[in-house]
Design a protein around this ligand. Structure first.
Ligand code: BGC
Length: 723
């Protein structure tokens, strides 16, 4: 971000300590949001009516989750015209999966395995939000997560480090572009730093109990990728890491982020997470909380008012140097300058934004995220002219289309399944029945659904989670479907009609029974404003599913956390399971559907994985290749995945790690050769003493359709000297 240091320093020189602290104090807007009843807990550290006065006095750096030209212009006018120094406010918001136009939730987006798509979506969301005067988004989330009980998997990129890293970086590029001064861009925030997704037992806000090497190898790279892509801000997490809450964690905020990664932007707490260090039991008073967070490297407080109340006193006592406050203030002012706010504080406000192309992109994105898990006898795509019964609690409702974080978009403006199918089918028969509610039976629901099915050739069964069942503070111990929905699926099975289940969800679900009851199973996540249209496109064969699972689907919640990149055990699971192996005595081994799995309407046969040359010597690379052949006679887009396993190393390595992926179009009946380059630096890992190591020796390598499939080839990594 380009800055004019001289301007900023002379501004700083004119600021009182209170005004400096003001630049480090961010508050939520007193505006009711359309898409969510409550986004954040109500905290009343500041009475809303005092907000204008605080802005006038220079005690506020910015406001978040406010929207609307009238609101933003009014506050900004007070800041630039009535405050002593006229420093503009920065307006932030949770633009997570779209602004007015709701796009697929991040977990769905990850299922596309197309980071370039995520980049385009972020660019569009930024332009739409910036046209209403926003400058700053609290995205991308870069929290790796392996436990489907955690509700925030919906806003993550799933269980894989490479996938999460690629998507996090792509979204930063999409939001920010090359120049933040462009009034169609938003500054990005990497969150929640760090290891928020490792919440123990999948319980939101819980401790992240992970080893240092797992942290370094798996959890940190996505944040780092986003920082290296240029994200302007980093948000600290609610959790502790190794006993120190992230917001007061000097090792993370200063040692790692600034000193090792060279981060130049500013850090901001999550909502009150700085104050909550008292509740964690780290600090015994607000003063101590402020001191610990500030000295750890936390620049800005979100909502708590902690620095507003404490920082001046800490400076007066000599506990904090004013020069350190100055450094934090300069980082914030530099961000405002990079956004062009000093020249144009109303940047973006009222700019024209054409929602048409955004909606078209939403439909395109929504088509590319669903994952086809089962398709017995090619029931999908539906045959032309088939009479369709659309059954289930999500068949015609409008409350659960957008997902957890489209808080500026109204569900009611999104296309539901019924409308999507009616538009696509025209006069063709479509009969719609809910059958049951999301969590309970409806009187006469099963009978009405059975009658509807009787007159149809195929049942589309719209089941899953409600929008309120995943997201922040939405952890679940039971990640199956509510009993009423399973009863509906059983009743539909009894009709003898083919069942196509459309599974709406914000997380992997444990659904072995539903999978068995279904002829086809399409995971549709939360797809946003074009849900119905996009699902109809896929079901009717106007587009083909090309998504793959970004997280393993377990057989049972008791397997959580279940993820493919597990460390090799000395007594690995076997199929069939035997005694004294890693097994559950009451469940089959492994996931129901593994990471990376998904079907298309075509079918690919994978040839053997080949490595050339046979050794990786010096600082070179090997080419890993595989021939793909389409066998079902239909075009397909295949997500080709490259995995490696380090056969013997100084620390136990994962059984597989994804090192590359690419979505490849293969025409019906065609053959293509896919090649990846694998370099020495792709093979390293944390050595456990704070360093990084790449160890010579044998590696297994797969090019495969998912994390559990394929037969590995081998190559040898020679020492760098070539010995
Ligand atoms: C969430 C953040 C969000 C913030 C502001 C917090 O509760 O953890 O992800 O950006 O609220 O809405």
């Amino acid at each position: 971000m380009g800055t004019d240091r001289h301007f900023l320093e002379s501004l700083l020189g004119r600021m009182t300590l209170e005004e400096k602290v003001g630049q480090l104090s961010l508050y939520s807007a007193d505006v009711k949001l359309a898409g969510a009843e409550t986004v954040n807990p109500a905290l009343t550290f500041k009475a809303p009516q005092s907000r204008f006065e605080d802005i006038r006095a220079g005690r506020v750096t910015g406001v978040f989750n406010g929207y609307g030209e009238a609101y933003i212009r009014a506050l900004q006018t007070i800041a630039v015209e009535d405050s002593r120094l006229g420093i503009p406010l920065i307006f932030g918001a949770d633009v997570i999966h779209g602004f007015r136009t709701a796009f697929p939730v991040p977990l769905a987006e990850a299922a596309s395995f197309e980071p370039e798509l995520a980049e385009r979506v972020a660019e569009t969301a930024a332009a739409e939000a910036a046209a209403e005067g926003l400058h700053w988004t609290f995205a991308p989330g870069a929290d790796l997560c392996r436990d489907a009980r955690w509700g925030r998997v919906v806003e993550s990129y799933g269980e894989d480090t490479l996938v999460a890293s690629r998507f996090a970086a792509a979204r930063v590029r999409g939001f920010q572009g090359d120049d933040l001064r462009d009034p169609r861009r938003l500054m990005a925030t990497v969150k929640h730093f760090a290891a928020y997704g490792a919440a123990e037992a999948g319980l939101d806000y819980n401790t992240a109990e992970i080893s240092r090497t797992t942290l370094v190898d798996h959890y940190l790279p996505p944040y780092r990728a986003a920082v290296e892509a240029g994200a302007g801000a980093v948000m600290t997490a609610f959790n502790d890491v190794d006993g120190v809450p992230a917001s007061a964690n000097r090792e993370l905020l200063t040692g790692l982020l600034r000193e090792q990664w060279g981060f130049k932007g500013f850090t901001v707490s999550d909502y009150n997470s700085d104050f909550e260090t008292i509740v964690h039991g780290l600090a015994d008073s607000p003063r101590e909380a402020a001191r610990l967070c500030f000295l750890a490297g936390l620049d800005m407080c979100m909502q708590s008012g902690l620095y507003a109340d404490q920082l001046a006193g800490l400076v007066a006592d000599g506990a904090v140097e004013e020069a350190a406050v100055d450094r934090s203030v300069l980082r914030v002012l530099a961000a405002k300058q990079a956004l062009g706010l000093f020249e144009n504080p109303y940047r973006g406000l009222g700019a024209a934004f054409d929602p048409g192309p955004a909606r078209a992109l939403a439909r395109e994105a929504a088509r590319r995220c669903p994952v086809l898990l089962k398709n017995r006898d090619g029931v999908l795509p539906l045959k032309a002219g088939a009479r369709v019964a659309l059954i289930g609690p999500f068949a015609r409702e409008h409350q659960n289309l957008n997902g957890a974080w489209a808080i500026f978009a109204a569900n009611g403006q999104s296309v539901n399944l019924e409308d999507g199918f009616r538009a696509a089918l025209g006069d063709q028969a479509l009969i719609v029945e809910p059958g049951c509610a999301i969590s309970e039976a409806l009187p006469g629901g099963l009978e009405a659904a059975a009658a509807a099915a009787a007159g149809a050739d195929v049942v589309l069964l719209a089941l899953g989670e409600g929008q309120h069942m995943s997201g922040e503070s939405r952890s679940r111990t039971d990640i199956g479907l509510p009993a009423a929905q399973i009863e509906l699926a059983q009743a539909m099975r009894r009709t003898g009609k083919p069942i196509v289940t459309l599974l709406r969800t914000g997380r992997p679900l444990a659904i072995p029974e539903l999978a068995a009851l279904s002829d086809a199973l399409l995971v549709t996540w939360f797809l946003g404003c074009e849900t119905g249209a996009a699902v109809a496109d896929l079901v009717l064969g106007r587009a083909a599913p090309s998504g793959r699972l970004p997280m393993s689907f377990p057989r049972h919640v008791g397997q959580a956390p279940i993820y493919y990149a597990r460390k090799a055990t000395g007594r690995p699971p076997r199929d069939p399971p035997g005694p004294f192996t890693a097994r559950y005595i009451d469940a089959e081994p492994g996931p129901l559907y593994p990471f990376g799995f998904g079907l298309g309407y075509g079918r690919i046969d994978y040839g053997p994985t080949r490595v050339s040359p046979a050794d990786l010597a010096g600082s070179g690379a090997v080419t890993v290749s595989c021939e793909l052949t389409e066998r079902a006679g239909a075009d397909i887009e295949e997500v080709v995945q490259l995995y490696v396993h380090d056969v013997a190393a100084s620390r136990v390595r994962p059984v597989r790690e994804l090192k590359a992926f690419r979505k490849v179009a293969v025409a019906a009946g065609a053959r293509v050769v896919v090649e990846f380059e694998l370099r020495r630096e792709d093979l390293g890992f944390a050595d456990g003493t704070g360093g990084w190591t790449v160890e010579p020796g044998a590696f297994e390598v797969w090019i495969a359709p998912n994390a559990e499939a394929g037969v590995p080839a081998r190559f040898v990594l020679r020492s760098e000297a070539g010995a």
